[in-house]
Design a protein around this ligand. Structure first.
Ligand SMILES: Cc1cc2nc3c(=O)[nH]c(=O)nc-3n(C[C@H](O)[C@H](O)[C@H](O)COP(=O)(O)O)c2cc1C
Length: 384
């Protein structure tokens, strides 16, 4: 597998390697979306509604893929999006991915439902990473978590606002992911037996497999199935913008809201005290039939009018997609599944390789569009 990794060129190549390595319920948990996966498909497809302008004779011998975000220089405008349970994609997966992100020079965002906890990730990657959180019914727990990660050096909170309730993911249902009955257990055991390498490397040697950020709090179950039930009950559908005002008071660092998709939500988001926004539909895992992220970028960017950095995720699969997003007004993109697949395929080395491939692709696209830095990206696009 390690030798095949060298030949992986695109996220889909890493995806194929990941498929061979992971038990099916886990591969599908990563790969799948909500409902009929219409939004999942549209996220990627709609990047094709834009064409890059091929320009010539512009002296592109020096090119710079770097960007500035919250006072930090990123080697390319990419952030590793928060992904739940990444410690099951590879052994201590969040640590490996955070190390890769640090080596390449981009931020890593740890999911609150990661397997590895904030301390383990930041200590082992020697850099405080970003932290993602949902609004939980137990506001005391929210405050406690914020205080804890702040004390450990976290200064950037990514707050997810598109999950008042969990979306319906049919693949998980079919695979018996959360079925604790005999049939569900049998189905998962059968899938696990097809993956002896994963069983040994991650299932056995990658323990413990609890949700380290949350499990030390009393009342939070450590068993993965009971935890999911607890978490579903903790998602708070009554959240409004006034809760974001409360959150703003709790968090002195950079606050980013992730999950905005509609132009009408821009005004309250700008008034909420947030420092940045992420256009997102949770990678097509929440409202199936919602617009693709990239289709909303021009309108939302216009509505924000430069008041704060705007980020986007969903369906970004190449360096030229990154350039298109920057051309339409994004400061940076978040990538989700691409790092999950690269991690499952090759651990830290896989994630590093994928990031460097994208940096190279971005640089090539810039050269062929006749620009030298990302501030010129707006001139590179035309409608298809
Ligand atoms: C397997 C998986 C787990 C995810 N877990 C989280 C999570 O814990 N918190 C969160 O805010 N978003 C989560 N997301 C959404 C991602 O952060 C991101 O919005 C999405 O993956 C972007 O789309 P892409 O996968 O097409 O890049 C998850 C997505 C996937 C695929």
């Amino acid at each position: 597998m390690a030798s095949l990794l060298r030949f992986a060129a695109t996220p889909d190549d890493y995806r194929q390697l990941a498929k061979r390595r992971l038990p099916r319920f886990l591969f599908d948990y990563i790969d799948g979306g909500a409902g009929d996966e219409l939004t999942l498909t549209a996220n990627q497809r709609d990047f094709n509604q834009w064409r890059l302008r091929q320009r010539v004779l512009c002296d592109v011998s020096q090119r710079d893929t770097r960007c500035q975000l919250f006072g930090e220089t990123l080697s390319l405008p990419v952030v590793l999006a928060p992904l739940g349970m990444a410690g099951l994609y590879a052994r201590r997966g969040e640590v490996q991915a955070a190390r890769a992100a640090k080596a390449v020079g981009v931020p890593f965002c740890l999911s609150s439902v990661g397997i590895c906890g904030y301390t383990e990730v930041s200590q082992n990657s020697e850099k405080p990473c970003w932290f993602q959180l949902y609004m939980l019914r137990d506001r005391g727990l929210v405050s406690e978590l914020l205080e804890r990660v702040w004390a450990q050096g976290c200064r950037t909170l990514l707050f997810t606002i598109d999950l008042p309730v969990a979306g319906a993911r049919h693949r998980d249902q079919r695979n018996g992911l959360l079925d604790q009955g005999l049939a569900g257990k049998f189905s998962k055991a059968w899938q696990l037996l097809q993956c002896p390498q994963w069983l040994y490397s991650v299932g056995l040697r990658g323990k413990p497999h609890h949700f380290a950020n949350l499990h030390q709090h009393s009342g939070v179950p450590s068993d993965i199935h009971r935890f999911k039930q607890w978490l579903d009950e903790q998602f708070d559908p009554s959240v409004t913008w006034s809760d974001i005002a409360w959150l703003r008071q709790q968090w002195p660092g950079t606050l980013i809201l992730k999950g905005l998709l509609d132009q009408q939500d821009v005004a309250p988001a700008c008034d909420s005290g947030a420092d940045a926004l992420v256009i997102s539909n949770h990678g097509g895992r929440q409202l199936d039939g919602a617009a693709s992220s990239i289709s909303q970028l021009p309108l939302i960017s216009q509505a924000i009018d430069g008041r704060m950095p705007l980020l986007i995720d969903g369906g970004v699969r190449s360096g030229s997609d990154i350039l298109k997003a920057c051309a339409l007004g994004a400061t940076a993109i978040l990538a989700g599944r691409p790092w999950a697949w690269a991690l499952a395929a090759g651990g830290q080395a896989g994630v590093e390789q994928w990031l460097r491939r994208w940096q190279n692709e971005l640089s090539l696209s810039m050269a062929l569009c006749g620009i030298r830095e990302l501030s010129q990206a707006r001139d590179t696009l035309m409608p298809a």
